[in-house]
Write a protein that binds this ligand. Sequence first.
Ligand code: PLP
Ligand code: COI
Length: 339
Amino acid sequence: MKELDWANLSFGYMRTDYNVRIYYRNGAWGELEVSSEEYLNLHMAATCLHYGQEAFEGLKAFRGKDGKVRIFRLEENAARLQSTCRGILMPELPTERFKEAVLKVVKLNERFIPPYETGASLYIRPLLIGTSAQVGVHPASEYLFVIFVTPVGPYFKGGFATNPYVIIREFDRAAPHGTGIYKVGGNYAASLRANKKAHDLGYSCEFYLDAKEKKYIDECGAANFFGIKDNTYITPLSTSILPSITNKSLMQLAEDMGMKVERRPVPEEELSTFEEAGACGTAAVISPIERIDDLENGKSYVISKDGKPGPVCTKLYNKLRGIQYGDEPDTYGWVTIVE
Ligand code: PLP
Ligand code: COI
């Protein structure tokens, strides 16, 4: 294989050697299958195509200085996929099966796991879709679970650097009792216009307020929000945001650093009080926020006065990355080493 330009990878798709698949038929999950085919053979009346019976996940594998490969919190992704399945009436894939599939696909594509020094990682993308042919709106009887992997670099330009965000009031991503808490494709379709508008205006990403009152912070694009002030880590409590595994980890790390952690509704005006803030997620890791503009209200909340990541974001980022790459002790058993 031609040596990849690991250090300059973007967050994009690259063909790797294998993907893995498990079919659900006659009420049961089948054996794990290995494929090198990038395409799926789908019935045109499959429920995933018409009625959005589609769930996905995102997690990463990291190569350490010691050469070992570590996967971050994969049981949490299995649990979130199960929650999504309950949300859109798909059969739940047991955690052990999820784990078996993730380990297999990572091992099969070992040569695509970026070297330690590059700061890149292997993105793991599980997908679960309803496949049986149907016209009526009800759940499918057959499903396909697939995982592909692809080496990735930073999601936002510049990696660990501050970025500007913009509040988009015109389009909602998710309703208070809708599917925002699940990782279903429909949420991302609903986010495309807001995302495009933010990019067209020169921002890094769109920022959502709660859809009902437009008063509280929800999340930023495909990442959760957190703010820092008075030695406190503050992150929104909302029924329309995705429960981020990165955010959950950062809450623990913040507590370990002696900070208070608050999970509660965060009114927009509070943005003016934060000493630091960030967007966090598997793809985003921590992306420190420079400022958040609310164009319709004519407000600009400048968070990073000098345009640099703040000390708390930096400490959290280093600690999280340290655990992921194996440079820091894995106190909570978050990491699965690929043997
Ligand atoms: N919010 C949304 C809408 C996302 O798509 C993601 C990405 O998975 C996140 C938040 C961050 O979640 P996690 O930290 O589990 O990757
Ligand atoms: C992730 O952080 O894993 C995501 O899913 C973000 C995005 C690419 C949808």
